[in-house]
Design a protein around this ligand. Sequence first.
Ligand SMILES: [Zn+2]
Length: 252
Amino acid sequence: MYIDSHCHLSKEYYENLDEIVNKAKENNVNTLIISGCDKNGIIEGLEIINKYNNIYMTIGFHPSEANITKEEDLIWLESLLKENKKIIAVGEIGLDYYWVKDNKELQRDLFRRQLDIATRLNLPVVIHSREATQESYDILKEYKLNGIIHCYSGSLEMAKEYIKLGYKIGIGGVVTFKNTNLVDVVKEIDLKDITLETDSPYLAPTPYRGKQNSPEYIPIIAEKIAEIKEISKEQVGETTTNNIKKLFNINV
Ligand SMILES: [Zn+2]
């Protein structure tokens, strides 16, 4: 059995969510964790987790929301995290200097404010870091938290540093692409430090690269990891599922 630890399942991308959930189940992907990373995404996500037993959610304001997130939004976020048992972590939060570079101070501030919330509520975090690997690391080092470095794309050395800090490395479809350094990362780090994710609808694995991604493709990622580590796909499924259950404290 598998868990997709990070996907976006809004109506904007998927007309028929029942079908997506069923197809995932047919492929042994029994539990899905959606990421609500802006106001509308969170509101829509609340409806989804109310409807489906096997879907959980993480919530947090993405760095692309840094210019518009207000004090009251953070208060709302914290109250949801406190009240709803199916909201299991703060995220995705972090730094993104690829899309926006001119508001670094605001991004860092929003990131820290949400790490403070995670600390207060004793919750794990899901980190989005793009072209800001070192800086994200430096900020996380100030905190004593754990979580997932979602859609990891950095070096092996940096992955090892994050693991030492208590983080899991989120591996998605990119590991199936040609010429990715993720193969070395996956080979060298322990399976107990890896979580699987699709980041649907983005980053579909080969042979679906460029098309819409879906949680049902998680076994393709598992198979690639199994091949790299010369173990069985089932073992990848079992260990990564346990990693996620333990980290997010869910019983599935
Ligand atoms: Zn995401």
